[in-house]
Ligand binder design. Sequence first.
Ligand SMILES: Nc1nc2c(ncn2[C@@H]2O[C@H](COP(=O)(O)OP(=O)(O)OP(=O)(O)O)[C@@H](O)[C@H]2O)c(=O)[nH]1
Ligand SMILES: [Mg+2]
Length: 266
Amino acid sequence: MAETSHPSRALRLGVAGPVGTGKSSLIATVCRVLAAELRLGVITNDIYTDEDARFLRSAGVLAPERIRAVETGACPHTAIRDDITANLLAAEDLERDFAPLDVVLIESGGDNLTATFSPALVDAQIFVLDVAGGGDVARKGGPGIGRADLLVVNKTDLAPYVGVDVAQMVTDAEAAREGRAVLALSRHDASSVAALRAWVLTVLASHRAGTHVAQDPGPMAPHFHADEEHPDGGFVHAHEENQRLGTDFGHQHSHAHAGARGEATE
Ligand SMILES: Nc1nc2c(ncn2[C@@H]2O[C@H](COP(=O)(O)OP(=O)(O)OP(=O)(O)O)[C@@H](O)[C@H]2O)c(=O)[nH]1
Ligand SMILES: [Mg+2]
């Protein structure tokens, strides 16, 4: 079940996507182009460090105290979807300390293609891919690519160097998203940055009007961790997801021995 935004508080905007696709840079860009007209705050999620928060503070686009770090200490999707308490508290603290804020940007730790925010944590979410991850990634789909409010194909300036056809990647993404918004972005391309800025302002306007509806991109696909026994080398369990909206987003997935499979899994 979805519910409309709470216009009385800041718009909470999530930014997710695989490691290194440019989530922090995108947030820095949004701050740079909107800090003069909007009251902004940022929350970062790192597994063991506050590196992203330090990067954003050093970028000088926002007062350092408006950028807070949540150290998840576990796989990043847990903190943005399964147990969102630390992030919710951080958002509420930030909104209280700097009231009133217009937008709180929440960066997920870099994760795999299946990690998305719970709609109980964010009102809208951006999923970030980059051309350096390969032109075929957009075709692979998944909840973030398919159903985030905005899909960004980032670092388009690098496309010639990695042999990616940006137009084709965008076309593939649009097909995977059944018409939802796709933005080809480079921080070096002013018109693409202007389009990102316009998108944020449009979402904020509908949030303020009380017409924005937080979407749930859906639970993550089955995936694997490195513990516990299962006949096929892992175990299956369900995450109890946040019940704040009075809905049940609980889901099941299996966990296998990463070592046995020779793969890093989260
Ligand atoms: N060429 C180019 N590089 C970019 C762009 N955006 C980000 N980068 C670079 O990509 C690298 C990763 O960017 P980040 O913003 O740290 O990526 P991230 O997704 O936050 O990374 P994690 O938080 O570690 O998952 C950095 O070296 C950035 O300078 C872009 O538009 N063009
Ligand atoms: Mg980052």
